[in-house]
Design a protein around this ligand. Sequence first.
Ligand SMILES: C[S@@+](CC[C@H](N)C(=O)[O-])C[C@H]1O[C@@H](n2cnc3c(N)ncnc32)[C@H](O)[C@@H]1O
Length: 195
Amino acid sequence: MLKGQYYQNPYIYNFLTFLKLWKDCSLRFEIARANVEEGQSVLDVCGGTGRLREFLPSGCSYACVDASSGFGPALLKQGIKYIQTDLHNGVDIKRLKSDVVIMVVSLYQFRHTSMHDLLESFKDIAKKVVIVEDVLPQGKVEKTLKKKIINYLCAVEYFQPLELFSAQEFKDVMRAHGYVCQEHGPRYVSGCFVS
Ligand SMILES: C[S@@+](CC[C@H](N)C(=O)[O-])C[C@H]1O[C@@H](n2cnc3c(N)ncnc32)[C@H](O)[C@@H]1O
């Protein structure tokens, strides 16, 4: 019954994410927000239910790109510009010029498909690109049962079951594309590119 619902139903996504992250539930957005100035336009790639918008400085405009057909209606209802596209096929979002491109806890999903293309294409969309990733502590692997549950909940046609990056793997990818890395406690690492 819950198969695929994590990436289809915004209420289930927000509720389960809240249970998972608890008091740190907003941290990933606060890390991203620190890179945005008042009045800038922000493109949130793999923006999910669009919660990043609540954290942006005043006067910012916000658009969300994601493959979910379930999140779109709720976003459009809130007046959010929503572009539905499967990013495994690369990006046709160059037309979406923005001041800042942000991607939160999503890059790992593309590590065997379009990851390198995405990291380069984002540079054509915005002068600043910010990637925030939830990383595994060095030497730790995700528990099999946890992975099975996540894969079941996320089972939509565009989702590819994959491991999170370790902190070092993520930093290596970021640096290879000229992004500057910063650690934010044990859970998050960000990569920032400014042209
Ligand atoms: C872990 S969620 C992160 C959502 C949001 N950034 C956040 O932090 O709450 C990953 C998001 O990536 C989207 N996604 C997964 N695969 C995708 C694909 N191939 N193309 C576009 N979006 C995809 C999912 O629909 C989901 O909204």
